[in-house]
Design a protein around this ligand. Structure first.
Ligand SMILES: Cc1ncc(COP(=O)(O)O)c(C=O)c1O
Length: 391
């Protein structure tokens, strides 16, 4: 039986082999393994692509979030870390790292429910939390920022989020880990908030041969702070100012990423084509909910979805997943548990209202294979198999 994986990184390597091999060979020749020329070149290329003043390569997407928040604490509070009474709003329907980064910056995560159509944080619910909080006579805590996560490659409602941030004087750190190349009303994701945090984890839309990440920003104060933090906390690593990290991106990773970056837009277009084929082949199956873009022309016009995942939803998710496995089709559940149900956040986070949309999404979502180089026949085959399941 034919096996269809979620992703085929070997096929991608074969497609770009000459570029990648040449990039690695260049590193072998110059031997500048730490902060070599490829790191700077990647930063400049991506800054130009996003339309931002600064891009800073980091060791992972998680560190991109942590360093963004640490730099914001230093800039806005003159402190190394936020206080526990500083709250940062985010979604409970994301990868653990988003919430974990908030804890590691010293602040308290506040989980706000998602819009069930897009799976992204709901600005109306953020506003509700902020309004309730401001009515307290002596609020013991204060919201300082928001981390919207552009989940599965689709932009959050950035107009609403920016308006809320302006009204309440909050920073916005975009979690762009899943949405490199995505756009909101003409602006590249990662160029809208105070910073953008990108991940180059191998399975991401731009993935390296190991861990990697990046911070993007237009802020001339935050950029040098992030640069200091990733190199032990100082401009001079033998005489440092801040509590820093060793969070550099390897030259070798930067070289691989530079070679692959050439293909990012082409691959995002391929992902969108696959999504379109899924939309056509899976349309009209009762109880199978397709990604919101398939249903909403308004969303389609506002955002350029880069389909890091193509995620469907059904009440019979586990049955569907087992059935597809028997047919040789891999699937994944992103995510089986909302963050507020995880032990690490117990007693260390707050919940706004109820989080029932996030909880029920965890029960119903299923991501289908979306390898950019996938054969169109394979997508038709997957759609036929799903149709036979008769949801
Ligand atoms: C939404 C989200 N945020 C943050 C991260 C963390 O990125 P990394 O794995 O590169 O540390 C990931 C990915 O793994 C992610 O999907």
């Amino acid at each position: 039986m034919k096996q269809i994986p979620m992703l085929d990184l070997r096929a991608e390597y074969e497609y770009m082999r000459d570029d990648i091999d040449a990039a690695i060979t260049k590193c072998l020749e110059h031997q500048k393994w730490i902060l070599g020329p490829e790191v700077k070149e990647l930063e400049e290329k991506i800054a130009g692509y996003l339309g931002v003043k600064h891009c800073i390569c980091i060791s992972s997407g998680t560190d991109a979030l942590v360093l963004s928040l640490r730099a914001l604490a230093i800039k806005t509070k003159g402190q190394e870390y936020f206080d526990k009474t500083d709250e940062i709003i985010t979604t409970p329907f994301t990868f653990t790292a988003t919430g974990d980064a908030i804890l590691r910056s010293g602040a308290t995560p506040v989980f706000v429910d998602i819009d069930p159509a897009t799976y992204n944080i709901d600005p109306i619910k953020i506003k509700k939390y902020l309004t309730q909080n401001s009515k307290l006579e002596t609020p013991d805590s204060k919201v300082v920022g928001i981390i919207p996560v552009h989940l599965y490659g689709q932009s959050c409602q950035m107009d609403e989020l920016k308006a809320i941030a302006k009204e309440y004087n909050l920073f916005v750190v975009e979690d762009v880990a899943q949405a490199f190349g995505g756009i909101w009303k003409g602006k590249k994701l990662g160029s809208i908030g105070n910073t953008g945090a990108f991940s180059f984890f191998p399975s991401k839309n731009l993935g390296g041969f190991g861990d990697g990440g990046m911070v993007s920003t237009d802020d001339d104060e935050l950029a040098p702070l992030v640069r200091m933090l990733l190199k032990h906390g100082g401009k001079d690593k033998y005489n440092v100012d801040h509590i820093g990290y060793n969070a550099r991106l390897d030259t070798l990773q930067a070289a691989v990423l530079l070679a692959k970056f050439k293909y990012l837009d082409e691959f995002n277009e391929k992902r969108r084509r696959i999504a379109e084929l899924y939309n056509q082949g899976l349309h009209g199956i009762s109880d199978l909910i397709l990604p919101s873009e398939a249903e909403s022309l308004k969303l389609k016009a506002q955002s350029y979805h880069v389909y890091h995942q193509y995620t469907v939803r059904t009440e019979r998710r586990d049955e569907l997943q087992n059935y597809l496995k028997e047919q040789g089709i891999s699937t994944m559940i992103y995510y089986p548990f909302p963050l507020h149900k995880m032990k690490v956040f117990e007693g260390r986070s707050r919940i706004s209202d109820n989080l029932s949309n996030a909880e029920s999404a965890c029960q119903g979502v299923l991501s289908l294979p979306i390898e950019p180089l996938m054969n169109e026949k394979d997508i038709v085959h997957i759609c036929e198999i799903v149709n036979k399941f008769k949801i």
